[in-house]
Design a protein around this ligand. Structure first.
Ligand code: GLY
Length: 393
């Protein structure tokens, strides 16, 4: 088993501007082609044999599809995408008003790329109202004891008194709500969660814990554990990628200088544990020579985070990180992206949602398939490279 060396990484090609445009054209065309199936309903979180089934607006992932619709709308200006986006925002409003499947910290994943995006792009009051209701629900999951937003399950459940690294991407919804309403509370909750999360999920070598538990009585930090990674002490590829984007987002909103070296450390750990083709295995413990599935979505997520952070760094670092992101995106566009709808109704092949191992606690599904956030973040990364993009997060 081996990982890419610094020199090999430096020698990898970066995506060019015409290649970005071509890849985005293809992605937008595929999204438009899927509208008949996915306007009143949504793609499931993961494909089966390369194809997503349609599902109701439940689970934590439907916002990514609406996000793809908005990105395709931005790219093409096509009216049918605008109409689909509006129909889907109605569905998101109904979901939060009826409190259907909203007992989760994933409200940011659900409502930022769908409703905040729709509000920013079209001024939709439906989108605004839905996203504000979702933000209010999300603050309800904040624990004063421990100072974190509980990830999963009923509040205070003894086996779930924990945060997970993924949650950093749910917090932009709170910053947006604070700006919209002028209410400080949203921002304060986000800031306190970031502080707690970054104090505990980052290990000394800048690998990351997927989940971190706290004591329910005292709020004291207890222990880290994995759910979807290979084993407790390993670095789940997507957790590390959420860490890359999460630290960039944390810096975007707090401008705390101490988060810059955290971003750099987490990112370098990710980069130094990639295989030769720059698309991670599902856990960074694995490298070339291991018979393990890939998680292409992690490459897309990390590319987006790197491009976000590159905006705030000095010229030299910014150029370095932009170049790295272009390499990650080229690897996906050339070898993993779907080009023909007969092959799949997703955008990026070879992702892994939840791979059960003898040492983890997750169920087994969506292994070596498309997943809907991988598709979304691939399009987001291309859009970030294509133009100066107004972020949905
Ligand atoms: N946030 C859940 C996952 O990345 O699978």
């Amino acid at each position: 088993m081996s990982w890419i060396t610094k020199q090999q990484l430096a020698d990898m090609p970066a995506i060019s501007a015409p290649e970005v445009e071509r890849a985005l054209d293809i992605a937008a065309r595929l999204v438009i082609g899927n509208l008949p199936d996915f306007t009143d309903r949504f793609p499931k979180a993961y494909s089966e044999n390369g194809f997503y089934d349609a599902a109701d607006n439940v689970d934590w992932t439907t916002g990514f599809w609406t996000g793809e619709v908005w990105l395709a709308y931005e790219h093409t200006g096509k009216e049918q995408l605008l109409e689909a986006g509006k129909i889907q925002m109605d569905s998101f409003l109904e979901r939060v008003e009826k409190k259907r499947d909203v007992e989760t910290h994933d409200l940011g994943f659900l409502y930022s790329p769908s409703c905040v995006a729709g509000y920013k792009l079209t001024g939709s009051q439906v989108g605004r109202r839905a996203a504000l209701l979702a933000a209010r629900e999300l603050t309800g999951r904040f624990h004063e004891k421990g100072e974190f937003i509980q990830a999963w399950g009923p509040l205070n459940a003894p086996d779930n008194y924990r945060l997970i690294i993924d949650c950093l991407l749910n917090l932009p919804l709170l910053y947006w709500a604070s700006e919209e309403t002028g209410e400080e509370r949203y921002r304060q909750v986000a800031e306190r969660h970031i502080h707690t999360a970054l104090s505990h999920v980052i290990r000394e070598d800048f690998s990351t814990w997927h989940t971190f538990f706290f004591d329910r009585e005292s709020g004291a930090a207890d222990h880290g554990a994995t759910c979807q990674g290979y084993r407790d002490g390993s670095a789940w590829a997507r957790g590390q990628a959420w860490g890359v984007y999460g630290t960039a987002i944390s810096y975007r909103y707090t401008r705390k200088e101490e988060y810059i070296p955290v971003f750099e450390g987490v990112t370098e750990y990710f980069l130094s544990h990639l295989p030769r083709d720059l698309v991670p295995f599902w856990d960074l413990e694995f490298g070339d020579g291991d018979e393990q599935p890939k998680d292409s979505s992690s490459g897309a997520i990390a590319a987006c985070g790197i491009l976000e952070m590159a905006k705030y760094l000095d010229e030299k670092k910014s150029a370095y990180y932009r170049e790295i992101a272009k390499k990650l995106v080229k690897a996906l566009a050339d070898h993993y992206a779907v080009k023909d709808p007969k092959e799949s109704n997703g955008l990026v092949l070879h992702s892994t949602y939840s791979n059960h191992s003898p040492y983890n606690t997750c169920n087994h599904y969506g292994v070596d398939e498309c997943n809907i956030w991988g598709d979304y973040f691939y399009m987001e990364a291309l859009t970030r490279l294509y133009k100066d993009w107004q972020v949905y997060w």
